[in-house]
Design a protein around this ligand. Structure first.
Ligand code: 2P0
Length: 316
């Protein structure tokens, strides 16, 4: 029977932005995320005469397929497997637009691989494998609030903080540009390390993680949102201050930030932005409609996606 693995994307509330070991994707800092319900990837594997990667019904022969095959080769070496594989994925996420498509992609692929070969890996081992595919994928193994801890190859895995949060927190994704980003996260992280603020970024991490863990325990939306917004803005400030400077922001990103700053006067909301131009709003369920209406009124043809907590990896 075909085993289809589903993994949801996640959005970091405390960001991962730097690697101590690029090959193993060991991070320089711990991070905390929220797994999302509306964005996910479904993946299954099949025996094949040659390696093949099919994404959304199309055969891929590009940088993405090379990354998938390199990753599969690594997994096959680790488990002493030699057969060629066809990877079939459906991505319910705009690929490469800063909505963390690689998080669901590699978490689903790691789980599909483990299921196809009946490896019976536990979630810690799965999250280690997902990490080697893409850093943010480490956290997508679990649902709800998840921490990915810094450490070595064995210890740098995800830990569920609260798999089924009751906090009515939503994330409203404002999709400004769905085109793949021009600068990969891997390259962005390398460049960011040249920023004079990078050391400060690392020094702040332990306290930010401790504060966020406490805020999640206390279900304190104000604290969670404030800490998330600070982490996102600090990450982008490092990029701006790097040598040479760079940014994932586009003119529309700043336009939306200005509108949200205004809106903050009348409703509680916080902003987070990943390695792309799209803006995400953290808010309470009761305010989603009001915020959506306000954004539609002030922005032409804006696409909004309302999401809340999603679950960890599952077999369909
Ligand atoms: C995060 N991002 O914590 C951070 C915040 C984007 C901004 O992880 O190089 O695709 O594959 O480990 O996971 C996006 O980068 O990077 C990311 P790699 P990934 O979610």
């Amino acid at each position: 029977m075909r085993k289809i693995a589903r993994a949801h994307t996640n959005i970091a509330l405390i960001k991962y932005w730097g690697k101590q070991d690029p090959a193993l994707r060991l991070p320089l800092m711990s991070s905390i995320s929220m797994t999302l319900d509306n964005f996910y990837t479904d993946t299954y594997l099949e025996k094949s005469s040659e390696n093949q990667f099919i994404l959304n019904g199309q055969v891929m022969d590009n940088k993405l397929s090379k990354r998938v095959f390199d990753y599969l080769d690594l997994l096959k070496r680790e488990f002493g497997i030699s057969e060629n594989l066809k990877v079939v994925s459906e991505n319910h996420v705009p690929t490469g637009a800063g909505l963390a498509s690689s998080s669901s992609a590699f978490a689903a692929l790691a789980y599909a691989f483990s299921s196809y070969f009946d490896l019976a890996l536990d979630k810690q081992e799965l999250s280690r494998l997902a990490r080697i595919g893409s850093g943010s994928a480490t956290r997508s193994i679990y649902g709800g609030f998840v921490k990915w801890q810094k450490g070595d190859d064995q210890t740098s895995v995800a830990i569920p903080l609260d798999e089924h949060p009751t906090l009515p927190m939503h994330l409203l994704a404002i999709e400004l540009n769905k085109a793949p980003k021009k600068l990969s996260s891997t390259k962005g992280m390398q460049l960011a390390e040249k920023s004079p603020f990078y050391k400060t970024w690392l020094d702040l991490n332990d306290q930010q993680i401790a504060d966020m863990e406490l805020a999640i325990k206390e279900q304190d939306f104000t604290k969670i949102g404030t800490l998330a917004e600070e982490s996102a803005m600090q990450m982008h400030a490092i990029n701006f201050a790097s040598r040479p400077f760079f940014t994932y922001f586009e003119p529309d990103t700043l336009k939306v930030l200005a509108i949200l700053q205004e809106l903050k006067q009348s409703v509680e909301l916080y902003v987070t932005i990943d390695a792309g131009p799209n803006v995400k709003v953290l808010c309470l369920a009761k305010d989603v409609e009001f915020i959506s209406k306000y954004l539609k009124k002030h922005l032409e043809s804006v696409e909004l996606v309302d999401t809340s907590f999603g679950q960890g990896v599952q077999l369909l």
